[in-house]
Design a protein around this ligand. Structure first.
Ligand code: HAS
Ligand code: CU1
Length: 540
């Protein structure tokens, strides 16, 4: 049984995350309807952009950051079997992040921060939006400190044992987030806040986009790592088997952190401020970062196969039928992997310099990240919530039948929403528009896909409401949960000697520092030597 402090911390973080998620789903449904142009009465660019900005910020920053912090506290306490270090610091981080969220939400909802979740200048938001975003990030740094100290103290006391896998990945994620958030923190504090307050008159969008690109790619692995923790640490046991390889899992997490950080220029392929050589370097890195995900797909599949065979499955595919498909953790993993195939394939297209020009800024990109983030990643967040809720509340999950229904609804909705977006992108439909002012045979050809998009959005909203209902009902009904074991998966054989370098975080920090200097040093330094866009780098 976990201690009351960890329970409260995790429940509060996850509750904020899922409230933000529900609001964002309602906005998302409005957006697909508005964007389709089928209901002219709803057409309003002003409301649309306020809505998309709020939707993006709630999903990409609020859902993820609070979920990751809450899940991290749970992972640390249960895998290291000890209470959270410095709960006051953890609660201070929570409070600061919540304050930041509220400060950013007010201008967003008032239409004073309709700058989308990437807030690229020269579109300007109210200063409160940037200040709120900064506080959200600073709050999350408190979480990083708690995770790192807990890992280091445990290591000092258990010098000859490797960190439990879930904590190893959580520690790496805390490290990843510290490195990742530096780019956007510099942009917000040194460029956006002074500019939005009127202290500086100009801004250099090239530098701002470069600093944001520093953050924009690794942040997606910050979101993804909790999903992979569930795939490696919970799914094999839930399926009735073992984790195929603990060592491969550790290498995959390490690979995501090392290769994920220095490659953000694949978001800038068509931007003028960086030269082709730097883009090529980041492009090569982007192909390298696909490897840990490929490895994850096959390791998790191998773990599922072990489980299916232990459950009596025979032949080449017979083990698939003997998997417990009704178990939310297992079902989510299967659906997540299926969405990862197409989502990852889209990522590889995006990463290819020449092909990127075909899909950049089209609906294809929205299709890519809805499939791989809102699909693969968020469905694993659901699975984690179903896994944690009974263990946190002591109450049995309200319905073991409705949970798989909710997951199938999410999967079907996401496929229906994002497949048309891939096609629409190839048919030239721009992303981030409320409507177009040109009409031709091409825009006519978009229409059937818009209908699928609305159906997909409707299924997703239904699924989100069912998810919220199941969590609330679990809290309020009275059936007790008998099994409160955290249920971490084991490998079929005991650990031999894990190489010590895997946990040499000092070494990894040095290597990351060198890679970041190599890939961002000159590209950032150049702004201090060139006069671009009529602005000095920090605008004064
Ligand atoms: Fe991405 C744009 C490239 C992964 C999120 N991405 C975005 C944006 C977001 C995002 C939010 O190179 C939009 C940013 C914006 O607003 O401007 N992305 C990649 C690549 C990967 C990738 C190469 N992205 C993610 C993940 C995300 C995410 C993960 C969130 C969680 N992305 C890009 C690029 C752009 C981009 C460009 C810029 C586009 C532009 O022009 O603006 C890779 O990590 C993907 C690797 C994955 C694979 C798939 C492997 C397949 C597996 C399946 C195994 C299944 C088996 C069978 C074995 C290569 C592992 C299962 C069978 C059963 C029976 C179960
Ligand atoms: Cu990226």
């Amino acid at each position: 049984m976990i201690d009351a402090q960890t329970r409260r911390l995790t429940l509060w973080h996850l509750s904020v995350a899922f409230c933000a998620f529900l609001i964002a789903c309602i906005l998302g449904f409005y957006q697909v309807v508005e964007r389709s142009g089928i209901f002219p009465a709803l057409q309003s660019a002003k409301v649309y952009f306020a809505s998309v900005s709020t939707h993006g910020v709630l999903m990409a920053y609020v859902l993820t950051t609070f979920f990751i912090m809450g899940f991290g506290y749970y992972t640390a306490a249960t895998s290291l079997k000890r209470p959270i270090w410095h709960p006051t610091l953890a609660w201070a981080g929570f409070g600061l992040s919540l304050l930041g969220t509220v400060l950013a939400a007010i201008p967003l909802l008032l239409g004073r921060a309709s700058v989308l979740y990437t807030f690229y200048p020269p579109i300007q938001a109210s200063p409160w939006f940037y200040i709120g975003a900064a506080l959200l990030v600073v709050g999350s740094w408190a979480w990083c400190a708690v995770m790192l100290v807990m890992a280091l103290v445990w290591k000092r006391e258990n010098a000859n044992r490797p960190l439990p896998l879930a904590m190893y990945a959580t520690t790496l994620n805390a490290l990843l987030w510290l490195w990742t958030s530096v780019g956007v923190a510099l942009e917000v504090v040194l460029q956006l806040i002074p500019w939005s307050l009127g202290w500086t008159q100009t801004i250099d969008p090239g530098l701002a986009r470069t600093l944001f690109a520093w953050t924009l790619h690794p942040i997606v692995y910050f979101w993804l790592i909790p999903a992979y923790i569930a795939l490696y640490c919970f799914v094999p046991k839930a399926a009735g088997g073992f984790l195929f390889s603990d060592e491969i899992a550790r290498l995959a997490f390490l690979g995501l952190v090392l290769f994920g950080l220095p490659i953000g220029f694949h978001h800038l392929y068509v931007d003028p401020e960086q030269a082709a050589g730097w883009k090529l370097l980041h492009g090569i890195g982007t192909f390298l970062v696909a490897i840990p995900t490929l490895v994850t797909g096959f390791t998790v599949l191998a773990s599922l196969e072990i489980a299916g065979r232990l459950n009596g499955g025979k032949g080449l595919f017979g083990w698939i039928g003997t998997l417990p498909w009704g178990n939310p953790m297992v079902l989510s993993a299967i659906l997540a992997l299926l969405m990862l195939i197409l989502g990852g394939f889209g990522g590889i297209i995006n990463a290819s310099y020449a092909l990127n020009t075909m899909v950049h800024n089209t609906a294809w990109v929205s299709g890519h990240f809805h499939l791989i983030f809102a699909g693969t990643t968020v469905i694993m967040y659901f699975a984690i919530a179903y896994h944690l809720w009974p263990r946190l509340t002591g109450k049995a999950l309200y319905s073991n039948h409705l949970a798989p229904v909710q997951l199938w609804l999410w999967f079907s909705g996401m496929v229906l929403l994002s497949t048309p977006w891939h096609v629409l992108g190839l048919l030239g439909q721009p992303r981030r528009i409320s409507s177009v002012t040109y009409h031709s045979l091409l825009t006519l050809s978009w229409q059937p896909y818009e209908l699928f998009m609305i159906m997909g959005g409707g299924l997703l909203l239904a699924s989100a409401i069912l998810f919220g209902y199941l969590l609330v009902k679990t809290l309020t009904h009275s059936a007790l949960q008998a099994d409160l074991d955290p249920a971490y998966a084991e490998t079929p054989y005991p650990h031999k000697n894990l190489p010590a370098w895997l946990e040499n975080f000092k070494l990894w920090n040095l290597i990351i520092g060198a890679l970041m200097l190599l890939s961002f040093g000159i590209p950032i330094a150049q702004f201090f030597f060139l006069k671009t866009y009529g602005s000095t780098p920090w605008g004064y």
